[in-house]
Design a protein around this ligand. Sequence first.
Ligand code: SAJ
Length: 420
Amino acid sequence: MTGKKDTEAAAVIGQGYVGLPLALALADSGLKVWGVDHNSELVSELTKGKSHIDDVSEDLLKSGLRNGYLPTTDMGVIGYCRTVVVCVPTPLDQNHKPDLSILTEALAHVVERVSAGTLVILESTSYPGTTQEMIAGPLEKRGFTIGKDVFVAFSPERIDPSNAAFTVRNTPRVVGGVTAACSEQARFFYSRFVDEVHIASGPREAEMAKLLENTYRHVNIALINEFAKVCHALGIDVWEVLAAAATKPFGFQAFYPGPGVGGHCIPIDPHYLNEKVLQDLGYPLKFVELAYAVNSSMPTYVCDRVQHGASLRAGDSLLLVGVTYKPDVADTRETPATDIALGFLEAGYSVEYWDPLVPVWVVGGHEMRSVASLLEAAEEAQAVVLLQNHSATDLESLVAISSYIFDTRGVLHGPSVERI
Ligand code: SAJ
């Protein structure tokens, strides 16, 4: 490692579903890129060319390793880089409050090690004001002048896992610099590998734009989930209603009911905003709290519908099909399947699951394994519950063999099918 700043080098802190694709896109644009992560086991696997991210193939990773991508646990590289991008998780804690501990740890290294001339960009989703309070302010305390000695900006990640149509390159970037010079530096940086860069007037506007994007989804998913419940109670097919409404060519975007909202963004990010509003303004963001109440009620709703629809008796067995948080993504974080499995287990039923992307699944402290044969297990079960319709699922055979199947995705048809 050279002792001097390498004007062409960048460090991406956090090598998850955001940081790894970003680091590889940077390497592909000709930069030397350190992919920094505090997980030494992960760094070792990445160094061997083993990807833990669905959307990053081993070929893509190995190509990156041959072209300037260097996984490391060494935060010391920050001092040699012209650009540092922070992509670490910003989850919720067990009290459903923002947990900034991972971000705080990463930024402590960044603030301590950044040298003059460096551009620091935060991508992790957080409340408006985070970039100023946790990066610009502490750097000024170190004696730097923001926009002169160092440059600071926020640029929200926009990744839709498993969506092959939109990549790092063709997904427009929002950038909000602390000063105009910061925005310009960040625009120049992203323009190497992103087709379109939108400059917001500051980091708070960019932080708020991201929260609007995800709160918009959170609220609209809750709206259609509530519509689904009301339509069922009124004897109306919500899927027919959606198909009809979606013919409107303007002013309507279809969202779809489901078993609940998972992933590490939609059920989480809006609460960063709600907490900030509560703290600064003294009142909650009503839409966020209402949407959370509706979306988090869906697992219990699904359990109730299945118990009633299949006339389940104590000891009956159920098969859950697809336990990730959305189809064709091998990720069970915040998956609604967990609450649904626990709901059935607590009601005294036995539960099995089939998911080709999740060979082993821990529910309520118990380790479960995916059944080998979907159709054999479906034939045995008193009720089958389709939670995620992975493309590998033989839906036609599943319907034919199941005596009762509850479809939370609106993709099945047949006399044994009941839809949410
Ligand atoms: N869901 C529904 N009904 C819908 C849409 C989604 O029930 O109509 C559920 C899904 O099953 C899933 C959850 O909501 O459990 C979240 O789905 P998602 O596709 O919005 O979530 P993510 O977290 O995989 O990706 C999202 C991005 N998705 C899209 O823009 C389509 C986007 O919101 C963010 O760029 C990204 O999270 C992020 O990183 O913030």
